[in-house]
Design a protein around this ligand. Structure first.
Ligand code: KIV
Ligand code: ZN
Length: 384
């Protein structure tokens, strides 16, 4: 594996499924898991096995089904959680236990009514215990975004010594700025003894709309795993969006960061998850929104018709979208109308186009969008 390869840890079926009203049954989780495996995710977080018998069953079924990805189960730093996760993951070809505990002052004081030393001991004990069951142990320092860097480094060092292979640095509350999150990863890279034995992982929430930017800042500063969900679904404002981080790394070659994702499956995967979860994708969503490759203003349409690259920084085919759309509205110009008319068999010369365009504007002021089936009516009404 190239050292600049960033592993994609998909948590659509765990953190993503924590969205209110988006609960999935096992058969639907299996359909999504199979697709994520095909997409090329490196790690698939299948659920939180102790949370319910249904989740245990789903994690176990996914562990049986998945062919390529490593299957992961979440636990708290609690022995029973770890035993149950290990049991659910037994059928997997390759498995990972994801265990951890809150490390910020607020979590230590209010959630655990504890202190830093005691939390560090629990973290180490959880990793050691999980290590009895599987080799690959990811440790999460919950609320790492608001955890003091020096204490965070102490925890990371201790859990690496206990056998953690991956260190998850979650910005659980989506509070960090990209510079701050990137600096946190850099600090850990430079100050944790044994850090080369472990992979640093970004797990960012989107409360301030910065999850994607923070994850990329983390990778630029040395993290080699990004945790994300399809369509960015997840608790509150969601998680880092898989399609966004993957396409940023692909479209910005100077970053020299690569993933194993088959980007041509992104659009279909987005729609599959949206359908199964009953969660519509906002039309202006980057990469996979219905309008991500649609052009409706005259100036943009004219440019795109002359050369797609004038207003598109990626090829829609690369994300599985068949083509850019030229949408006809009252803001469209002659070039767009001529283009759409030609597509359905009407070649208009300049004079004809002037007449038809006049009619078109009258139609377009009355209805939001002009469809292909409206064009012959407009041509007829123009009298040419
Ligand atoms: O956001 C978070 O901190 C989490 C952890 C449980 C990994 O989802
Ligand atoms: Zn999370």
């Amino acid at each position: 594996m190239s050292t600049n390869r960033v592993e994609i840890f998909d948590t659509t079926l765990r953190d993503g499924e924590q969205v209110p009203g988006c609960k999935l049954d096992t058969p639907n989780k299996l359909i999504i898991a199979e697709r994520l495996d095909e997409l090329g995710v490196d790690v698939l977080e299948a659920g939180f096995p102790i949370s319910s018998p249904g989740d245990f069953k789903s994690v176990e079924a996914i562990a049986k089904l998945v062919k390529n990805a490593r299957v992961c189960g979440l636990t708290r730093a609690v022995e029973k959680d770890i035993e149950v996760a290990a049991e659910a993951l037994k059928p997997a070809k390759r498995s990972r236990i994801h265990t951890g505990i809150g490390t910020s002052d607020s979590h230590i004081r209010y959630k655990f009514k504890s202190n830093q030393d005691a939390i560090l001991e629990r973290a180490v004990a959880a990793v050691r215990y999980a290590k009895r069951f599987v080799e690959d142990i990811e440790f999460y320092a919950e609320d790492a975004g608001r955890t003091d860097n020096v204490y965070l480094a102490r925890v990371c060092e201790a859990v690496i010594q206990a056998g953690a292979t991956v260190l998850n640095i979650p910005d659980t509350t989506g509070y960090c700025l990209p510079e701050e999150y990137g600096a946190k990863i850099k600090f850990l890279k430079e100050n944790v003894k044994g850090i080369d034995k472990a992979t640093l992982s970004c797990h960012c929430h989107n409360d301030l709309g910065l999850a994607t930017a923070n994850s990329i800042a983390g990778a630029v500063n040395g993290a080699r795993q990004i945790e994300c969900t399809i369509n960015g679904i997840g608790e509150r404002a969601g998680n880092t969006s898989l399609e966004e981080v993957v396409m940023i790394m692909r479209q910005q070659p100077h970053l020299n960061l690569h993933t194993n994702i088959n980007t041509r499956l992104l659009f279909d995967t987005s729609r599959l998850v949206s359908d199964k979860m009953g969660m519509p994708v906002q039309p202006n969503k980057a990469i996979v929104g219905a309008n991500a490759f649609a052009h409706s203003s005259g100036i943009h349409q004219d440019g795109v018709i002359k050369n797609r690259e004038t207003y598109e920084i990626m090829d829609p085919h690369d994300v599985g979208v068949t083509e850019s759309a030229i949408v006809l509205t009252a803001r469209s110009g002659r070039a767009a109308l001529a283009y759409r008319a030609k597509n359905i068999g009407y070649e208009l010369d300049k004079l004809q186009l002037d007449h038809v365009y006049e009619q078109f504007l009258q139609f377009a002021d009355r209805q939001k969008e002009i469809k292909d089936e409206d064009i012959p009516k407009i041509i007829k009404a123009s009298g040419i």
